[in-house]
Design a binder for this molecule. Sequence first.
Ligand code: PDD
Length: 270
Amino acid sequence: MLDRGFLFGDGVYEVIPVYGGRPFRLDEHLQRLENSLAEVRIPNPHQRDGWSKILSELIHKNEGGDQSLYLQVTRGVAPRDHHFPELTNPTLFMMSNPLTGTPTSILQHGIAAVTETDSRWSRCNIKSINLLANVLHRQHALDRGAKESILIRQGEVTEGAASNVFVVLEGTILTPPKSHYLLPGVTRDLVLELAQQQGLHPQESAISEQQLAAAEEIWVTSSTKEVVPVTQLNHAPVGEGIPGLVTLQIHRHLQTFKQQFRAESPSPAH
Ligand code: PDD
């Protein structure tokens, strides 16, 4: 009970999707984990190949296929005091959860989102397990009949409570640039890469609250939910109020990319 993760939220985490028994974008997730650990000065308990081995073990214990891996590293167990303890080993906890992809009904209808003033700290680039503000933002969305909260800081979109945000504005795909105010999403980067490859010229650029309200299309991304169309914002329709063509196109490209990744996967029997 004296683990600093439990007492202070003093730790960082990752969520890594697994397709066909293989972790997806593993280097990108491990790089972000290294960055988060370095930012909060928790020693990294494993090198990359060590992480790779224990994650494979977890995947195989859960019978391969598609899964969502959760891992968290905390500063460890010590008598409760705020400063860093001496001689404490980090605690590692990992689990696997089912991963189902975006349900068809969500792709058909999209979700409702609401905007809220971003109440979080100014180091949101760290994937901290201290998620109380995100929890409250997500719950506020549910309280208002929506599924996600889109956060606004000083008049500009940062991200969702547990997702990154994209819009299509006057035909151009925009997502906010990386900063200390948002998590550098692995899915975000992949979507930018895929959109670029398709000649769609996405831009990393600030999105004002007014631009968000005027967007033709909005979608949010995350490792577990992939690409989710937002078809209502603050109870008003986004565009036609149905998932937009660009959103669906991006969703399809991501599915194709995943299929290619699966096809490269060694079968679970080998
Ligand atoms: N969260 N921003 C926030 C605040 C997030 O919590 C997440 C994902 C993302 C998307 O990042 P990625 O594409 O790397 O998953 C952006 C995970 C899934 C979670 O907390 O469950």
